[in-house]
Design a protein around this ligand. Structure first.
Ligand code: LMR
Length: 397
């Protein structure tokens, strides 16, 4: 009966994690999945989260259903974090927001909504992008294409080509953008470049879908939203998927949000109702725990400030690892320029290693990174960085 079912070989990023777990070598290093590990190699439980968790245990609330679109306090907190407190779009009720099952859930609900109400719309993702972007949009029935983005020659953006590409797209095309900490390259547009891109998007009547999964890991919590806020400021309707997996270290709790900034509050009311309907028929309502934790952290000034400090500790540790890796590699191979490790932003670096070199790192040294050469900098720590740098230098020779 099921003999024609096609076998799913697994996701390249998550399968790598399984392979890593089975590797018996004690020297192994996991630089694959986008998870922040502290300097001891552990996924941290943030102090601000612990405080809120103990309050929740004490209150011992019943495990009731949440509304289809999540806790109102959570939804408001997401809007403020993305657009800024008292933003006109929020106060005038122009933003539809739902809690989602992580960033992936937000992308999927957004894609379902687009497919239903704008069935002709094609989606465009950066070349390269996080592989699941393509799967999620295609899974919702949307045709997906790539726009030019990363230039391996300059280790920057193919900016002229990108602008040219955008100008010839159909009105209403969805442009999936990474407002900060581009996954997988770590290469972000400058503010001036964002201004130019968003102007083209506006003039050509394209629709930006901003996927922000690493807010706070680039510059800071505010600056990392530059592209989102700019898009809203110039009057664009924007889809925003956000995630607390990384910046609150709440990976398995699946806490994210989907916001759609609409032209009017009446349109936001219609959109909100359809997002709820999409949720109802997909999974009915979001998990409660993460929503309670995050809304408490974000709604209380003291906890918010505490969280902000903890995000910056994570960001700074990643930056330190970037500098150290750069120093060691630059000393070992002086005629090659490794400064891109310092310029790239967020958790990831496109190392420039080819699939054979990545395979050698895994087989000879137990150093795991994604086949396309993406390395998760947050897997480096003071105990393994010299080992990794040496291994990289060996395969680069
Ligand atoms: C990543 O890119 O490694 C993370 O976003 C985790 C994932 O689900 O792929």
């Amino acid at each position: 009966m099921f003999q024609n079912v096609k076998y799913y070989p697994g996701d390249p990023i998550l399968s790598l994690m399984d392979e890593y777990k089975q590797d018996a070598r004690t020297s192994k290093v996991n630089l694959g999945v986008g998870v922040y590990y502290d300097d001891n190699g552990h996924v941290p439980v943030l102090e601000c989260i612990k405080t809120v968790e103990s309050q929740l245990v004490e209150e011992n609330q019943p495990h009731d259903y949440l509304p289809m679109d999540g806790l109102p306090a959570y939804r408001q907190a997401c809007q403020k974090l993305l657009l800024g407190k008292n933003h006109e779009a929020i106060t005038s009720g122009r933003v539809a927001t739902i809690a989602s099952l992580g960033g992936s859930g937000a992308l999927r609900v957004g894609a379902e909504f687009i497919h239903q109400w704008f069935p002709q719309a094609k989606a465009y993702v950066s070349n390269p992008t996080w592989g699941n972007h393509i799967s999620i949009f295609e899974g919702a029935g949307i045709e997906v294409h790539k726009y030019p983005y990363y230039d391996p020659k300059t280790i920057g953006i193919k900016f002229t080509e990108l602008k040219q590409f955008l100008t010839q797209l159909d009105v209403g095309s969805i442009i999936l953008l990474h407002p900060c900490c581009h996954n997988p390259t770590g290469v972000d547009p400058s503010h001036e470049q964002w201004d130019q891109l968003l102007d083209i998007i506006k003039n050509k009547q394209l629709i930006p879908f901003m996927d922000i999964a690493y807010q706070g890991f680039g510059e800071d919590l505010e600056t990392d939203t530059y592209a989102i806020r700019k898009a809203v400021e110039i009057g664009l309707c924007v889809y925003i998927s956000n995630s607390f997996s990384k910046n609150m270290s709440l990976y398995g709790e699946r806490v994210g949000g989907l916001s759609i900034v609409c032209p009017t509050s009446e349109e936001a009311r219609l959109v909100q109702s359809q997002l709820k309907f999409t949720v109802r028929r997909l999974y009915s309502s979001p998990p409660a725990y993460g929503g309670h934790v995050v809304s408490r952290v974000l709604s209380n000034t003291k906890s918010y400030e505490h969280w902000q400090q903890e995000v910056y500790i994570m960001r700074d540790r990643i930056r330190k690892m970037r500098s150290r890796l750069y120093e060691v590699l630059q000393t070992k191979i002086p005629d090659r320029d490794f400064s891109y490790f310092i310029k790239q932003r967020g958790m990831f670096s496109f190392t420039g290693l080819d699939p054979q070199q990545v395979a050698r790192l895994k087989s000879e040294y137990g150093v795991y990174m994604v086949e396309n050469g993406r390395m998760c900098m947050a897997g480096l720590n003071s105990s393994n960085i010299e080992y990794v740098a040496n291994a990289m230098a060996e395969v680069l020779k």
